[in-house]
Design a protein around this ligand. Structure first.
Ligand code: GAR
Length: 207
């Protein structure tokens, strides 16, 4: 059983699709961590009875430090950290403790439109202003630098006739909700290997 911790900062729609679409025989979300005690993703997780933890939130008395969160995750024997709309950079010590066991979903086709400040609508505005005809979603391993770890999987969407960044966001979030559970199921089935600085994903049954 792949034991998962999901880090969130906002609505938590990716968290929700992950919980609905991962194979319950092979993977389970055991903890949800957020830097915002009042975000929708936290109330959603509490409603499901999942253990929640707040990190580095000065306004929340039960907030934990990054080192304390790392300890919690190690005690729970977490195998995989999934950043699903988590908008803070993870400290290097946490990245090092979970080397090649942290993944992130990004709402564009990396290596374009990534890096510091590129999150949420900022990404879709940059794509819109670039006049690109294609956008998409990327799931990648997390290293010490923003959006630079090895790419695991990508899906593209045609944005030829869109009229606003919001329209791009609406198209991209739909594929995010498929791509992230797909990658997590692949990891649970041990179908992902790193070879020659590239990631190979063997096809899931029936694909
Ligand atoms: C998602 O679009 C995710 O890709 C993005 O934040 C949104 C969270 O939505 N993440 C980033 O921009 C990270 N650079 P959600 O809370 O509804 O899942």
């Amino acid at each position: 059983m792949l034991k998962i911790a999901v880090f969130v900062s906002g609505k938590g729609s990716n968290l929700q699709s992950l919980i609905e679409k991962i194979d319950p025989k092979k993977a389970k979300v055991l903890a949800v961590v957020s830097n915002k005690s009042d975000c929708l993703a936290i109330s959603y997780s509490e409603g499901l009875g999942i253990d929640t933890f707040i990190v580095d939130d000065k306004h929340f008395s039960d907030s934990l430090s990054s080192d304390e969160i790392t300890d919690v995750l190690q005690t729970k024997e977490i195998d995989l950290i999934v950043l699903a709309g988590y908008l803070k950079k993870l400290p290097a010590s946490m990245v090092d403790s979970f080397e090649n066991r942290i993944i992130n979903i990004h709402p564009a086709l990396l290596p374009s439109f990534g890096g510091k400040g590129m999150y949420g609508m900022n990404v879709h505005k940059a794509v819109y202003n670039s006049s690109a005809m294609i956008s998409g979603a990327t799931v990648h391993f997390v290293n010490r630098n923003y959006d630079e770890g090895l790419i695991i999987a990508q899906r593209s969407v045609d944005i030829t006739n869109i009229k606003s960044p919001e329209e791009i966001a609406a198209k991209v979030i739909k594929i995010e909700h498929e791509l992230l559970p797909y990658v997590v199921n692949c990891i649970a089935e041990k179908k992902i290997i790193i070879k020659d600085n590239r990631v190979e994903v063997s096809p899931l049954n029936g694909e």
